[in-house]
Every structure is written in C-alpha cells, then in structure tokens.
Design a protein around this ligand. Structure first.
Ligand code: KG4
Ligand code: ZN
Length: 409
C-alpha cells in the first residue's frame, strides 16, 4: 500500500510517500519520494524553535512540498474529486494561508494513488502539529483516504526499519526487529528508555526530569557561542579535540555525570548545562587577567581550543550517562534488540560508543540505529510507523494534536 507521511511536530516540514508491504514481523518498505523543508535558518536567531513561527512556515510550505512530492513520485493520477470546498474551508479555518494554497492547487488536482495517510499528532509543539493534522484531515476529506494518527517517538523507533542491509544497495529494504526491544530515544524534545514487547506495546522505564539531551546540546552550544542547532557543532568540535594530538590547554576540564548512579532510569541534563555555564564564566573571567600570556588566543570569550575541550568533555559526560543507564536496563530486563533513535543518534561519538559497548558486553543483543538521513525528523519514519499501526489494527485515534502524547498510551 502507498502511504503518505506527514510530519510537522517541530521545525521540519516533511512529507513522504512510502510503498509498504509485508507483515508486522517482516515489514517491507520502499521510499517512493520525499520532500522536506528545514526551518533551521529561520529559528537560528532565537536559539531554538519558536512555535508560532514554525506554524506559519508549515502553512506556507506544505502545499508546495506536496506538489513536488507527487511530481517526483511518478504515482498514477486518477479522477478529480468532487469539489468539497466548504468542508475544506471548515477544516482549515485556523490555517488561512494553507487554505488558500489548498483551494488553489490541491482541490483541482487529480487524485494520486495514495491508500492511507500517516500524520504525526504528537508529541511536539501543538501549534506546529495542528498544521500537519489539519492538512491530513483536509486531504482525507477531499480524496476519501483514511488517516492514521501517528506518534512521533514511535516514528523514531520505526526509523530503523528503513536501514539498508549492508550487502545490498537496493532501494527496497527489509528489516526484522526481534523483540523484546529496548529503545533509547534521544532527540531535541525527549530522552527516554523504553521497553517494547512488540510494536505498539511500550513501557517507559525512565525519562529526563528536565532538559532533553538534544536541548542540552543546543543550550551548551549557545553558551559556547555556536550556532543552532548545537548538536552537530558540539560534535564537530569534540571530534577535532579528540583528533588533536596536542590536547588539553586547560587543566583537565571535568563536568558532572548527572544521575549516573541513581537507582532508576531517569536522566537530568539541566545541571550539566549549568555546570558548563559556570565553567565558561570562570574561564572568561580568568582570561582577562591572563590575557598577556595567551596572546595567540582569542582575547574575548573562549578560545577555540577551550571550546573544543568543553565540547568534548560535555559529549563524554552525556555519552557516559546514556551508556550506563542503557547497560543497567539491558542487564535488568535483557533485550534481543537495542534501538537507539532520535536526532541525537546522528552523533558519531555516541554511535561509536554504543557499538563498542554492545560488541564487548552484550554480544547477543542486536544494535539498530537509523541511517543518518533518517535520524533527525522526517516523514519516512512517520509513514513506516503508520503502516505498523495499520497492521496492528490499532483502534482509531482522533486526528487531534496532542503535544504531550506519550509513546506508552
Ligand atoms: O529528532 P530531532 O530531529 O527532533 C526532535 O524530535 O526533537 O532531534 C533534534 C535534536 C537537536 O537538539 C539537535 O541538536 C540534535 O538532535 N542533533 C545532534 C546531532 N545532530 C542533531 N545532537 C548531537 N550530535 C549530533 N550530531
Ligand atoms: Zn524527533
């Protein structure tokens, strides 16, 4: 079946067309086309995502992206729908810009051969989510296609189903996931350890009590004067520090490993961010009195080498916490598969640290992480999770944005 995926939970407007077949045990996916617009540049000056701005951008981008998606797909086009302008107007009354484009370009379009729509309804920023949700409702109404409410975090978990097998460069992908699964979800909005007995059956073992890990990367990057999103920037500096043979210019920066030994699966990253802030304050203040000694370093703020060392120590600290909490969960519950997913799994050091840990200590557990382009937010993973829910015959959920929708329910 052909599934249209729609993702607008944060600052990426993303659409996908996925050809899905196979069973729950062995689903098969072929990506037909994708269209994604990242709002990163727009939110950069705010140092984070500004919800009402994200809503406006999603409204502006959805129809042009949809037209491109259909054009690139080569999907068969059928008959035009009987115009349902009034119904569409009602559905999109809170998205006036989207409504104008929809009436102009989509209502008159010939119906593409789409069998179902999977749309992210949560968790995420509600104003942003609503745009995707109402777009899905309008398409569903116009072309009489069922629409499935999809959980963004379940989407991240399902992203590993799109991995290419190593010995094939085929575009179609088959991936088997053996349960029970332990899921480590690390993104800009979430940090969770989840146990799954099957697709759709999740239990959250622990979560962050304050900032999400990606949020911590972004905030620390801001403290270090690096652009948004901070994850890739910190990662780049940390990598440079590791490769630099000369190493430390500071007297061994040490940051805390919050909740490393706590007797639960929760995380906390706010204190770590504050520790970085204090450290930077101390260093930049100290720098004024020692500026004569550091003639080749930046006189203002931190030097490049200080930034690199702090980035590296921060990355080491969060990685150690993730590794130890996951190790504890694997020891306590056991799992045939460990899935690590969410934007932060793009981080090279985190990926490599987990690969080493699993190979050394849990050789019977399969480690699955999404390919780089499906690590951060995208609509392919949403279409894949939608397909799983169609196979599961999950009871239909109302198509309604729910910013706090937990993967558990
Ligand atoms: O999953 P995602 O795209 O969006 C949410 O659902 O939140 O994750 C975005 C987060 C951002 O905080 C970004 O800084 C982080 O993922 N990120 C990284 C890296 N690439 C993206 N964090 C660490 N290292 C990276 N290489
Ligand atoms: Zn995400």
């Amino acid at each position: 079946m052909i599934i249209l995926g729609i993702e607008t939970s944060c600052d990426e407007t993303a659409l996908s067309l996925l050809d899905a077949s196979g069973t729950l045990e062995a689903p098969k996916f072929k990506v037909i086309s994708t269209a994604l617009y990242s709002q990163v540049k727009i939110h950069e000056k705010y140092g984070g995502v500004f919800p009402m701005l994200a809503k406006r951008e999603h409204q502006k981008n959805l129809v042009p992206l949809f037209l491109k998606l259909i054009k690139d797909s080569g999907l068969k086009l059928g008959k035009r729908a009987d115009t349902k302008s009034e119904d569409i107007e009602k559905i999109l009354e809170k998205e006036p810009e989207l409504l104008v484009d929809f009436l102009k370009d989509i209502v008159k379009m010939e119906k593409p051969a789409i069998d179902a729509i999977a749309v992210t309804t949560g968790p995420g920023l509600e104003p942003a989510l609503w745009v995707g949700v109402n777009f899905a409702r309008a398409l569903s109404e116009l072309w009489d296609i069922p629409a499935v409410a999809t959980n963004h975090m379940e989407g991240h978990l399902a992203s590993v189903l799109l991995n290419r097998s190593d010995n094939s460069n085929l575009k179609s992908k088959i991936s088997k996931v053996e349960f029970p699964v332990l899921g480590l979800l690390i993104s800009g909005g979430h940090t969770e350890l989840v146990r799954a007995e099957n697709w759709g059956e999740y239990k959250v073992l622990g979560a962050t009590r304050d900032d999400a890990i990606g949020e911590a990367f972004d905030k620390v990057a801001r403290i270090l004067g690096l652009p948004y999103p901070g994850g890739p920037e910190i990662s780049r500096l940390a990598e440079e520090f590791r490769l630099d043979a000369r190493r430390s210019t500071l007297d061994a920066v040490h940051l805390p490993r919050p909740m490393l030994h706590s007797d639960n699966y929760d995380f906390s990253f706010a204190g770590l961010k504050t520790a970085v802030l204090y450290l930077v304050k101390k260093l930049t203040h100290a720098e004024e009195s020692h500026s004569l000694i550091r003639t080749n370093e930046s006189m203002k703020g931190l030097s490049e080498s200080e930034k690199k060392e702090i980035a590296c120590e921060f990355e080491n600290a969060v990685t150690e916490v993730l590794i130890e909490k996951t190790r504890k969960a694997l020891e306590e519950f056991g799992a045939k598969t460990l899935i690590i997913a969410g934007g932060v799994v793009s981080n090279k050091h985190i990926r490599e640290s987990f690969e080493k840990m699993i190979a050394a200590d849990f050789p019977d557990t399969t480690l699955l992480m999404p390919e780089k382009e499906l690590s951060t937010d995208n609509a392919v993973m949403i279409a894949a999770a939608g397909y799983l829910n169609i196979l599961l015959k999950s009871p239909p959920r109302e198509l309604k944005a729910n910013g706090n929708w937990s993967i558990e329910k």
